[in-house]
Ligand binder design. Structure first.
Ligand code: SF4
Length: 449
């Protein structure tokens, strides 16, 4: 029985509300957290007002993330008189630890993602009245948070975490400190989950990991590329994606697998962060500009037309104008289909804090604008090659206001398209679409009939 103070009935109090911020890993962690709570007899509710337990799954990638978390917790404060309990999960929980209890004394659970496997015991502690329950053993654990209870929110695209944590320690990044060391699941366990998803009707699987291609099968049976092929061979699975890849561990065998197996989507997300070898070294990225470009040449030599996306940071401490221009020239050389761009901002506990962050905000903003402008041109040019092609799209939904359907191509491009009057499509179905035009970040077309 959940022991809450206040007058709520047990049935009403064994309810939870979960709010999630951050990346796909975090979103999928939340699916696993929800599944774990449901298995413990909790019921998920859509509002804070209805919940006995309010959970907040946090992300620390963005600037001032901790402050935003404490501001959000302050919003929750007004509910404490109603006997609700509050828990903070995820990267900010791991990073701030027990300081959260000091600054927000009405919080009674603080748990980093490397400790989610212990959630059932922590819930029991909460239920028996403990007011300060923590799960913060980060880099010590060898265990993964298996997903047998995951409560998935997307009925067509299923996420499977194959490797957790990170051992790379890029100078600007908090993840190695918040998500623990790299630890992979066995290929047998991943394949079992893929088969379960196929049995449930899923046709697309996305394999997740902070460095997904650093996967090392603990049973020694499969390399990452072999695992990709095996998952793509599960009966009923039509598309397999994987994210995020680290350039150092990106091998030719991954490209060969994509070339050989149509169910592996022809898209690679390969974050470069900077086009300057000196800056890459200062970032501790573990590869040079030339080594990165070598991997790109493997991908561009593939028989399939593999789309390329990346992450880029401008204004890392000490980045000169010339080094910034090296990033622009690398973008031109690669010709990315799209990129995620960021201004550098110092993060707590990271090695880059020791470097002087002397580039003014206005200059960082200028570099970001230049980079985004350049990508607009490159993205438009890259998308123009599809105009006139017939491509397969997985239907994601309908934009009623615009009278268009929205789909996603194997190359992960958004495709807005029209259908003849009276035709209705099912979300999750696959259709052929003739591409008739493009924008920097999307394609437009019409159903090919
Ligand atoms: S590889 Fe680098 S950027 Fe990616 S999670 Fe690890 S430390 Fe962070």
């Amino acid at each position: 029985m959940v022991v809450y103070t206040g007058s709520m009935s047990d049935a009403a109090s064994k309810t939870f509300y979960l709010e999630t911020f951050g990346c796909q890993m975090n979103a999928h962690d939340s699916e696993k957290v929800v599944g774990t709570l449901l298995a413990q007899g909790y019921r998920q509710v859509p509002t804070v007002e209805e919940a006995g337990l309010v959970l907040y799954n946090t992300c620390s990638i963005r600037d001032k993330a901790e402050q935003k978390v404490f501001n959000r917790l302050a919003d929750y404060k007004k509910y404490r008189a109603q006997g609700k309990k509050f828990g903070v999960l995820g990267c900010v929980a791991q990073q701030e630890g027990e300081r959260i209890f000091e600054r927000a004394p009405y919080v009674s659970l603080v748990c980093g993602s490397a400790s989610y496997r212990n959630l059932p015991q922590m819930l029991v502690q909460l239920e028996t009245g403990s007011s300060r329950v923590t799960g913060l053993d980060d880099r010590m654990t060898d265990e993964c948070f298996e997903t047998e209870f995951a409560a998935r929110t997307n009925p067509h695209r299923g996420y499977i975490t194959i490797i957790e944590g990170c051992d790379k320690f890029c100078a600007y990044c908090v993840v190695p400190f918040t998500r623990g060391k790299e630890r992979s699941r066995t290929s047998a366990s991943v394949l079992e989950e893929a088969r379960q998803l196929a049995d449930l009707g899923y046709t697309e699987i996305q394999l997740l990991g902070q460095n997904v291609n650093s996967y090392r099968d603990p049973s020694g049976l499969k390399s990452f590329a072999e695992l990709l092929v095996a998952v793509a061979s599960v009966v009923g699975i039509r598309r397999v994606r994987f994210t995020t890849s680290h350039p150092r561990d990106f091998g030719r065998d991954i490209v060969e697998a994509i070339d050989a197996v149509p169910a592996l989507c022809n898209h690679v997300h390969l974050p470069v962060q900077s086009g300057s070898t000196r800056v890459l070294d200062a970032m501790s990225r573990l590869y040079t500009r030339d080594e990165y470009l070598e991997r790109i040449s493997w991908i561009q030599a593939a028989r399939r037309d593999i789309s390329l996306t990346s992450d880029l940071i401008v204004g890392f401490p000490g980045e000169t104008e010339r080094e910034f221009e090296e990033t622009l020239s690398l973008m031109d050389l690669v010709g990315y289909d799209s990129v995620f761009t960021f201004k550098y901002s110092p993060r707590p506990n990271t090695p880059a804090l020791r470097l002087e962050d002397a580039i003014p905000e206005a200059e960082k903003a200028r570099r970001l604008a230049v980079l985004n402008d350049r990508q607009k041109q490159i993205g438009t040019r890259r998308n123009q090659r599809h105009v006139g092609q017939i491509v397969e799209a997985m239907v994601e939904g309908k934009n009623a206001a615009r009278g268009q359907w929205v789909g996603r191509t194997s190359q992960i491009k958004v495709l807005n398209f029209t259908v003849p009057a009276g035709v209705e499509l099912a979300a999750g179905s696959y259709v052929d679409v003739r591409v008739t035009g493009c924008f920097p970040n999307s394609l437009v077309g019409e159903l090919a009939v």
